[in-house]
Ligand binder design. Structure first.
Ligand code: ASP
Length: 324
């Protein structure tokens, strides 16, 4: 039996005798999955996470409400979380074993399946902007390392010193992991992501991470890999993933989910559960957010919890724990 928790939202129920109503737009986000257990978090911390998720949802919703694109919406939603030190994405990125920060990000739009990504950037303030610049301003899909930073700088993006990403909380996590090699998921995990559907039926997906605490310098996870953590195809679905990247790469989680929906006709939840069960069978954990072409969505994760949220013209909701 699957160990996944899942919550799915269909298109809003239509009034009796009316044709099924699909939402005009929708945005679904995650802020990382891991050992997030009710009772182990202070009330203040919980309130701060929920407020941050809402701020991210609102940033993307403002664009979608005004008729803007799913691509702009996922980028805007991710930037809010990159700028918030609560999340392991930009400002709050975890440390590598070498005491530095190397960030990964990817973005994809569903109409032409255009995509862009960066791996191991050390100076770009908002890696998701760099991923989008790769998609729109280069003939390539992926840049890595110093070349990716140089490309972002040449595009006029905000650059920072690597110490901008230093936070006390992540340094303590590094020290814990290095000292004890405890490697608890709570210390090591985190990523942010967003998937959106706009009023023109376009889907988009975006994912950014600092990676895993105490990762080896040069290690690249799933977050910048199209098909592993990020995928979007109009008419099918959009996916953003978070979890132990090595397993998500080996399963090709995001593309597997979209293929199961497209080729096998599975529901979003079925497809996501099957892919995450494959991750679990190999020894990995994490979660995904999936948004379908008709506006239905699903959160599926096999970790204790996942920071997550959803917004459409019907309102917004956020959740953290497994049992909500
Ligand atoms: N998937 C990210 C990585 O492996 C980490 C995470 O999502 O928690 O780099």
């Amino acid at each position: 039996m699957s160990a996944c928790a899942s919550v799915s939202g269909a298109a809003e129920p239509a009034p009796a005798a009316a044709p099924a109503q699909t939402p005009e737009w929708r945005l679904v986000i995650h802020g990382g999955a891991g050992v997030i257990v009710r009772g182990q978090m202070t009330e203040e911390a919980e309130a701060a996470y929920r407020a941050a998720l809402l701020a991210s949802l609102e940033a993307g919703a403002e664009i979608l409400r005004a008729g803007g694109s799913a691509l702009d919406a996922v980028e805007a939603a991710v930037i809010v979380m990159e700028d918030d030190p609560l999340f392991n994405a930009g400002h709050g990125a975890v440390f590598t074993a070498a005491g530095t920060h190397e960030l990964d990000a990817s973005i994809m739009e569903g109409s032409q399946r255009d995509a862009g990504s960066v791996a191991g950037v050390m100076r770009v303030k908002n890696p998701i902007r760099a991923a989008r610049a790769v998609m729109e301003q280069s003939e390539h899909v992926m840049f890595a390392g110093p070349g990716a930073d140089a490309f972002a700088e040449a595009q006029g993006l905000d650059m920072v010193d690597n110490t901008y990403f230093n936070t006390d909380r992540r340094r303590q996590a590094l020290e814990r992991v290095l000292e004890e090699r405890a490697r608890t998921a709570a210390d090591r995990h985190g990523t942010v992501g967003a998937v959106a559907l706009d009023v023109n039926g376009n889907l988009a997906a975006a994912t950014t991470t600092g990676g895993m605490t105490a990762k080896a310098a040069g290690r690249v996870g799933d977050a910048p890999l199209i098909g592993a953590a990020t995928y979007a195809e109009n008419g099918v679905c959009a996916v953003s993933a978070t979890g132990h990247g090595e397993y998500f790469i080996r399963v090709g989680v995001a593309k597997t989910i979209c293929d199961r929906v497209k080729l096998a006709g599975e529901s979003l939840e079925q497809a996501a559960t099957t892919a995450l069960d494959e991750v679990a069978a190999l020894g990995g954990d994490g979660g995904v957010i999936v948004l379908g072409a008709g506006g239905a969505y699903s959160f599926v994760f096999n970790s204790e919890g996942m920071y997550r949220g959803e917004i459409s013209q019907s309102g917004a909701s956020t959740a953290i724990y497994r049992d909500e």
